[in-house]
Ligand binder design. Structure first.
Ligand code: NAP
Length: 276
């Protein structure tokens, strides 16, 4: 069993990106918008701004009050869409319940959609054409690549079908020529399907959900989940201790997929600013 170290890979990719940005004609600029006081979202935004600073990306933070109207949020997005200093726009989700996030995301031009959540970028992914892919699934693909795991011809099982993780993850694996099965809460015989996976991706949002009886001997297990266990400790969707010896490769939580997500956000921002 080998552990895929997302923290180390992330540090290596950030160093490479920093150098590219130093030599770029134009310094990329990222606008990050947060609406309301959600503590987890505030931590994510702070980490994103910190990563920008480390890499030489200009960052613009906008903190809007929780009671902002849809129009106020959309007016800001329209202004940033026109701003030539801003290459990427990130709207931190979830928005407060009274706001419509789909309508807000539509105001972000797809060329500045560094999260890869717009219908245009999701459509390009579906067509296997060059677009901007969602950061977390893109980070998983980089981890597989770096570990020398080629998905071609393998059976990849993705547990979870969210638009931000599960679906784009399945499409990226399909585009890399894996045979893909997507599972969700209505899937029958989940354990049996998971046991046929050469690559098992857990994006469920349930602490230690994937148990030893769901993993084939020698499988690659990628844990996207970020949860708290019964003692309040951060843990993934995979029962790491129970599963690890059965795997050929496994990602830990923390220190696995998590650090890669922000690194891929930086990568997407660089691409929107510096690539033709
Ligand atoms: P989500 O929107 O809640 O989606 C969860 C998915 O899991 C849904 O498709 C759901 O099925 C499925 N599911 C729930 N219970 C299930 C069950 N018993 N059996 C099979 N499938 C089941 O969550 P998400 O946004 O995709 O995030 C998933 C996890 O990844 C969370 O822990 C989140 O915190 C974490 N995450 C981590 C990062 C990172 O940077 N590492 C980034 C994003 C998210 P239905 O569609 O049928 O409801």
């Amino acid at each position: 069993m080998k552990i895929i170290d997302g923290k180390a890979l992330s540090a290596q990719l950030r160093a490479e990106l920093k150098e590219k940005i130093e030599h770029a004609k134009k310094k990329p600029g990222l606008a990050v918008i947060i609406v309301g006081e959600d503590p987890a979202s505030r931590i994510y935004v702070r980490n994103k701004i910190k990563a920008c600073e480390e890499l030489g990306i200009r960052s613009y933070a906008y903190e809007l009050p929780a009671l902002s109207t849809q129009k106020e949020v959309e007016d800001l997005l329209d202004k940033l869409a026109m701003d030539e200093e801003v290459d990427g726009i990130l709207l931190q989700l979830p928005l407060p319940a009274h706001l419509d996030s789909d309508a807000a995301i539509k105001r972000i031009p797809h060329s500045k959609d560094v999260d890869g959540f717009s219908a245009q970028n999701l459509g390009l992914l579906l067509q296997n054409k060059q677009g901007i892919a969602a950061c977390t699934p893109l980070g998983v693909m980089k981890m597989l690549e770096n570990a020398g795991i080629d998905p071609a011809g393998k059976h990849a099982v993705v547990i979870g079908r969210s638009e931000t993780v599960g679906k784009p993850m399945a499409l990226l694996l399909l585009n890399a020529n894996a045979t893909v099965t997507i599972c969700h809460s209505k899937t029958r015989d989940l354990e049996a399907i998971c046991r046929t996976a050469d690559i098992l991706i857990a994006a469920v949002g349930k602490a230690k959900f994937v148990k030893e009886n769901m993993v084939k001997e020698g499988a690659v297990v990628i844990d996207v989940g970020i949860n708290r266990d019964e003692n309040g400790k951060i843990c993934g969707d995979v029962d790491f201790e129970e599963v690890k010896e059965k795997t050929s490769f496994i990602t830990p939580v923390p220190g696995g997929v998590g650090p890669m997500t922000i690194t891929m956000l930086m990568y997407n921002t660089y691409r929107t600013a510096c690539e033709e």
